[in-house]
Write a protein that binds this ligand. Sequence first.
Ligand code: UDP
Length: 423
Amino acid sequence: MRIAMVSEHASPLAALGGVDAGGQNVHVAALSTGLARRGHDVRVYTRRDDPDLPQRVELAPGVEVVHVDAGPAGHVPKDDMLPFMPALAAGMAADWLEWEPDVVHSHFWMSGVAALDAAGRLAAPPPLVHTFHALGVVKRRHQGADDTSPAEREWLEPDVGRRVAGVVATCSDEAFELKKLGVPPRNISVIPCGVDLDHFSPGGEREQRRRRHRVLSVGRLVPRKGVGTVIEAIAEVAAEGFDVELVVVGGGAAGPRGADPEVDRLERIAALAGVADRVELRGQVPQSDLPDVYRSADVVVCAPWYEPFGIVPLEAMACGVPVVASSVGGLIDSVVDGGTGRHVPPRDVAAVAAAIRGLLLDDQLRRQLGENGRRRMTRRYAWSRIAADTERTYLATIAEARGTTTQSSHDPGAIRRTRGATR
Ligand code: UDP
């Protein structure tokens, strides 16, 4: 198949851990590479955010990233990007006219808007599959007035869900939300994100600790990730005599005041809780260096208020480290309470502290949960499996758009004749 991925703000080439670069970038890069390994041609369309970027860059054999001129060739916060979607659509439509993709898979609501627009410009539009990665309705529920999404998201996002031929949700919780938004359940498949099991593995170097126990948090530094809760929980654990440190990976490093407001806020929380000397705000760490850091931890804590999916817990489990996770969104499916870690209610410092304490006290339990986590990742979350499941969804969507049944084997000749449509 010729597969067009659309990822307007999240380039698979971006450095990870900044405010707008996280799981979506990883997902698009790994899924595209996995599909190319299965013999497909993949093009990933993203907005040009640097004037020096070549128009086309090979990400991996069979995967090309196409930088489309749409708005200023510099950083634009994702919540300010909507006005540039028509230009992204025009650039993609021009390329599709010649390249004729068999299927388009857009990521995040704005890419869906652009993909629908681009397809609508073609006489024979390819079928569209969409993954939301995050839903505005959930974001607003948790962030209220702090949500900086454009007002149009409220109606454009459900519109994308209703008009595309298929929606790939990454967890069952998202599938419920999509149903409430009016997405026909029969169009929804649930396929989780995956993890690179060769890169994230239990064997290998581990970073030196400064104290007896280490707790780790990894992710973009935005308030909803709940790192403040983890810092306060560490203070409770330390107050009970545990020689424990917390390493926080992601976002800006601690530095001059005002450089990153979230860093300042977290430093203040640590100082108020009396654990400034136990908390290290390390800043962004490249994925190549992350396994040593995961392996150095007794426990990885993911305490978000909400989480559309959450790749970090998969990486921790793949490294054989137990996870304390809020029981929200994708973490409900991925982390097994008592199996690969512990579930805690969101924003509950005492519950996070109790879960950490229980794990630090029991070496045997940590080892067992870590081993279970690795096994769970190997059995269910390899990117090769996620790519194969996604390929099946594409084939079913294409077949349905053509008015035939799902193909059990790949027949590129048949697909080339397919010219589906959006719904
Ligand atoms: N990440 C990274 N370096 C950092 C911070 C994060 O490589 O400094 C990566 C992390 O390993 C994971 C991704 O960014 O692969 C975050 O994805 P997740 O789904 O957990 O959260 P999101 O950022 O999508 O909210």
